[in-house]
Design a protein around this ligand. Structure first.
Ligand code: ZN
Length: 257
């Protein structure tokens, strides 16, 4: 399976927990150590791709919002959105892809953003597919601890998108909810994940084990093979226990790929 990644994602770009030093290194090392994963470098998202999901006002705001780190926030946010687009382009022909990208995106709406997010990577990539391919309808599983309000604000009014943000008090009931919703999902052309790992055991949500992430990956793979010609990709969102996140990302990818 392809892992979309650029070493620029290691760079600190803001003062949030998502932009912190050392966040992606353990996940990078863990996936690098397994030869079934092939790393591919993305390009920056073109402006026209950003404009499908965001106002010019929002794009200009990110451009001006500079924290004087070595890498500009605008440049890294555009590279994350570009990573999402590359995942989508790989997935549209039936191959899985995981975007080991940052900043995350699911709290970015058309004209605003919060929660460590700037551009909505899921929306930018799905609207790119909608414009350039036969993939029009998507099922979005957002298994981050937090509800992806940006995904909902941008995509739900467009009607072609079904979004699930599962909520449960135990791992078993969480997995059961995911399973049931997938079984009853509307027809779609692709399934994607807002893949946050802050719901993991020893992370902020403290609920899901590595086995649970493996099962979520497997359920998405089976869904894709049965319902949408294998088309699937996942983009990193939250996750703040960096070492545990590495294990959970690997478990998810082992099931998903
Ligand atoms: Zn989160």
């Amino acid at each position: 399976m392809k892992i979309i990644f650029d070493k620029k994602y290691f760079e600190v770009y803001d003062h949030t927990p998502a932009g912190d030093a050392g966040r992606l290194e353990p996940a990078y090392k863990t996936l690098k150590g397994d030869s079934q994963y092939e790393f591919v470098n993305p390009k920056s998202a073109p402006l026209e791709a950003l404009e499908r999901a965001h106002s010019m006002n929002q794009i200009e705001y990110i451009k001006k919002n500079n924290h004087s780190f070595k890498i500009k926030l605008y440049d890294i946010a555009r590279l994350a959105a570009g990573g999402a687009i590359l995942c989508a382009d790989i997935a549209k022909s039936g191959n899985p892809a995981f975007g080991l990208i940052r900043p995350p995106g699911h709290h970015a709406s058309y004209d605003s953003c919060w929660g460590f997010c700037y551009f909505n990577n899921i929306a930018v990539s799905l609207l790119h597919l909608r414009e350039t391919s036969e993939c029009k309808r998507a099922f979005i599983l957002d298994f981050d601890l937090h509800v992806g309000d940006g995904n909902i604000n941008i995509l739900e009014p467009l009607k072609d998108y079904e979004i699930l943000n599962p909520h449960a008090n135990t791992e078993d009931s969480y997995l059961k909810k995911v399973k049931e919703r997938l079984e009853n999902a509307q027809d779609c052309d692709i399934i994607v994940a807002s893949a946050g790992f802050d719901q993991g055991v020893d992370d902020w949500g403290n609920l899901l084990s590595p086995d649970a992430y493996f099962l979520i990956g497997t359920m998405m793979k089976e869904f894709a093979e049965k319902r949408c010609n294998g088309r699937r990709y996942a983009l990193l969102e939250g996750g703040y226990n960096f070492k545990k996140m590495a294990i959970n990302i690997k478990s998810f990818c082992d099931g998903f790929g």
